[in-house]
Design a protein around this ligand. Sequence first.
Ligand code: G3H
Ligand code: 13P
Ligand code: ZN
Length: 323
Amino acid sequence: MISYKELGLSNTKEMFKHAMINGYAVPAYNFNNMEQLQAIISGCMESHSPLILQVSKGARKYANETLLRYMAQGAMEIIKSSNSKIPVALHLDHGDSYELCVSCIEHGFSSVMIDGSSLPFEENTALTKRVVEYAHGYDVTVEGELGVLSGIEDEVSHEKSHYTNPDDVEEFLEKTGVDSLAISIGTSHGAYKFKLKPGEEFPPLRFDILEEIEKRVPGFPIVLHGASSVLQEYVKMINENGGNLEGAVGVPEDQLRKAAKSAVCKINIDTDGRLVVTAIVRKIFNENPKEFDPRKYLGPAREELKKMIIRKNREVLGSADRY
Ligand code: G3H
Ligand code: 13P
Ligand code: ZN
């Protein structure tokens, strides 16, 4: 057992309090490998933004749980030695069992999500409560979820989304003791968030549901999953260099900016990072088919990812220059 405190990590409690008071959202960026981790920490250090480093069950399997813990420890040593004061949480994204949450906490995670959103309300409540009881014993914060997003998350695919019912929220928070709540208001996971007909506008997020939830539980931190914008410059670059992501669209940035000013304290971004890396690697391979040194294509991809993160923090989430 290693406590996240020994690694210099923070849980999300103070981060969300600060974000709520100051009207911004903390970015939660997913990572699976070294280059992504480097880009995320340098992007957040350079923009002086708090950071939630997010790891899915699939990422944990891909990168190895022991290596991940040392990667996070290494990241914290880099941050400390550069005198950066940004708080960093290491968070399990879409935890699907009590056992997985326990294992992550034992490996130094400071925050976990238990995603019981596809279970009936009573079962979601019981599972989430059990995780909270364990996690709070170690001062680890817990994110729960009510409502279902469409798209694919960790190999589980949902055809249709079910918006969060504001009537369920108070009871869920009271019974579980969770520290934050992911809700469904029209976002979805992945690169194909909406099927738009030619000329059709992006359907607005259900801000009415968000406002109703804010009214019922004022000041409680809300989380937005599936919040990539599916940046069209990278979709275009992918399509121009041998890829095919026709029809890929995401959440417009002005809607995310609006959400970040509300009770939404955490915004999850994975797909946009994947698109940046894929676009740069494809472009380099297309322009230089003789290249075979991974540093020559992963290095530029890492640099572009860092730039994207700095811009998001500054222009979309409002998390830049906070620390
Ligand atoms: O919501 C899911 C995240 O984008 C993680 O995706 O399970 O493929 O690592 P993954
Ligand atoms: P995107 O697929 O929109 O990046 O969402 C990521 C996410 O919600 C991770 O939990
Ligand atoms: Zn998610």
